[in-house]
Design a protein around this ligand. Structure first.
Ligand SMILES: Cc1cc2nc3c(=O)[nH]c(=O)nc-3n(C[C@H](O)[C@H](O)[C@H](O)COP(=O)(O)O)c2cc1C
Length: 259
């Protein structure tokens, strides 16, 4: 079957999921439309049909997909339309996230023909998965694209596409609340870039050194966008958790592909 309109939908706070999605996009032929749902959802539902292919990318947050991304993700509706789902995780585990993403996309009218979990630098503990995706990951991404293209191209129609069921359990694991919040330090110039780019409006406009602990999802966006490098995770708790985390999860993991 032909899929000439490629719709790339992703949530990406620190841009590694976006990097994976753009690598995928670079390997697929067709007319591409990118929807970055990190800070906002499309105003109206986006309905897909014949000739369309949905490719969705989500980071893994506590073994799940980010809860704050779900309302926007649910705006994309299919009509038996083929879809490919991708999770990007920080070298610990993707637990139930890929299954959850497959389920959500399936419930919205898509047939999930392929799924993959790729590794990227951990956005809270950058000493884990440092500089990934790397050259080897990019080769694996290209191989994944070749595999799902072959599968979709050789299917007579979407009804005959075999759907994938990635690993994971139902009910999905309950995500633990991450007790870490980035804050601004003395280098903060009050420019407001973090206030504007925070996906959940957790940084008060007049007081950008602070973070609203009720709203913050610890995504790390404010750290990577700060031009003065003034924001960071800090404090004793962070240092203790980081030491344990780096010790436990530094052995390199490789991507998993389900086609
Ligand atoms: C709140 C939070 C929870 C996370 N939970 C996990 C996890 O359960 N397993 C894992 O391997 N990585 C986890 N990570 C790391 C991210 O999945 C990883 O860094 C991802 O590449 C971030 O994507 P982004 O750059 O597109 O925001 C977590 C990151 C954050 C911010």
């Amino acid at each position: 079957m032909r899929t000439e309109n490629i719709h790339l939908v992703y949530f990406s706070a620190t841009y590694t999921t976006r990097k994976v999605m753009r690598q995928i996009a670079a390997q697929i032929e067709g007319r591409k439309t990118e929807y970055d749902i990190t800070r906002s959802a499309p105003g109206a539902e986006v309905t897909m049909d014949d000739g369309d292919l949905l490719v969705v990318g989500m980071p893994v947050y506590s073994g799940r997909i980010p809860a704050s991304a779900l309302p926007a993700l649910r705006k994309f509706r299919g009509n038996g339309t083929p879809a490919v789902v991708v999770c990007v995780y920080g070298n610990r585990d993707y637990d139930d996230a890929l299954l959850e993403l497959t389920d959500v996309v399936g419930e919205n009218g898509f047939r999930v023909a392929a799924a993959a979990a790729f590794v990227a630098q951990h956005s809270i503990f950058p000493q884990v998965g440092t500089n990934r995706p790397d050259e080897e990951d990019i080769r694996r991404i290209a191989a994944f694209v070749r595999q799902f293209r072959r599968k979709i191209d050789s299917a007579a129609d979407s009804a005959s596409l075999q759907e994938v069921v990635p690993p994971g359990g139902r009910p999905y694991k309950t995500p633990g609340k991450v007790p870490l919040r980035p804050t601004g330090g003395r280098k903060c110039t009050g420019c407001g870039v973090c206030v504007e780019r925070c996906p959940v409006q957790a940084i008060p406009a007049g007081r950008p050194r602070q973070t609203d602990p009720q709203k913050c999802i610890a995504c790390g966006r404010c750290i990577v966008v700060c031009p003065a490098r003034a924001r960071r995770f800090g404090g004793l708790l962070y240092k203790i958790v980081r030491r344990k985390f780096v010790k436990a999860y530094s052995v390199r993991k490789e991507p998993d592909i389900y086609v």
